[in-house]
Design a protein around this ligand. Structure first.
Ligand code: FOL
Length: 210
């Protein structure tokens, strides 16, 4: 895939690489969601915007009132968006496109959208696992369930990322590198770490091993 804008995966995951259960996120963490929104919306150049690429199931998991995700060019991937209409613009104002493959999506953004500053791949499992080979960065929120004496509340998961591919292809950058990677305006907590609803989480950056 030829590419100009930086392409980054944005994901929140548990230590076992779990990201989802029955088509949705197993947690509802408002601080983490605010970070997701800021990261994917903010650009350095105010005349540009970012694109978010997602699979059809992820699109359907976003509450209707929040989609298309505002201030971002939304691209939804589905194999059933086939035939000759590979790049169909559904609604110009709402900037929601549907495309039949992720490679086509990246290509089309490169060719027809010079106003796109960064491309963020926002899931889900199938899309992430198909993107390892051409993404530059991973913005991973590492979640941990805080253990209490009575019980651990680790949610049931049915969707996972490919850990081997992450470890073999990417290396974790330090905390400073994350703040330098993100446009100013994206707020990071002290030490890039936070807590909410029995979860501890750390915002991290991984870059491709060249
Ligand atoms: N990456 C990270 N770090 N956290 C996530 O929760 C996450 N979620 C997805 C992909 N990557 C992620 C996919 N799931 C919304 C809902 C689900 C979703 C992604 C986005 C959503 O509604 N976002 C709104 C804000 C909603 C709110 O304020 O509660 C948005 O405008 O981004």
């Amino acid at each position: 895939v030829s590419k100009t804008p930086v392409i980054a995966i944005v994901a929140a995951l548990l230590p076992d690489m779990g990201i989802g259960f029955q088509g949705t996120l197993p947690w509802r963490l408002s601080k983490e969601m605010k970070y997701f929104k800021q990261v994917t919306s903010t650009t350095v150049d105010s005349n540009k915007r970012n694109a978010v690429i997602m699979g059809r199931k992820t699109w359907e998991s976003i509450p209707k009132r929040f989609r298309p995700l505002p201030n971002r060019l939304n691209v939804v991937i589905s194999r059933s968006f086939t035939d000759n209409l590979v790049f169909e613009q559904i609604d110009e104002e709402k900037s929601f496109y549907k495309i039949n493959s992720i490679q086509t999506a990246v290509k089309e953004l490169n060719i027809n959208h010079p106003d796109v500053e960064r491309i963020y791949i926002i899931g889900g499992g199938e899309i992430y696992n198909a993107s390892f080979d051409f993404v530059d960065y991973w913005l991973i929120t590492k979640l941990q369930v805080l253990q209490t004496e009575e019980h651990s509340m680790i949610p049931t998961m049915d969707t996972f990322l490919n850990k081997a591919k992450l470890i073999q292809g990417f290396k974790q950058e330090d905390k400073l590198a994350l703040s330098q990677f993100l446009p100013s305006g994206v707020e990071l907590p002290d030490a890039n770490e936070d807590n909410e609803k029995g979860y501890h989480f750390e915002y991290t950056l991984y870059s491709e091993i060249k």
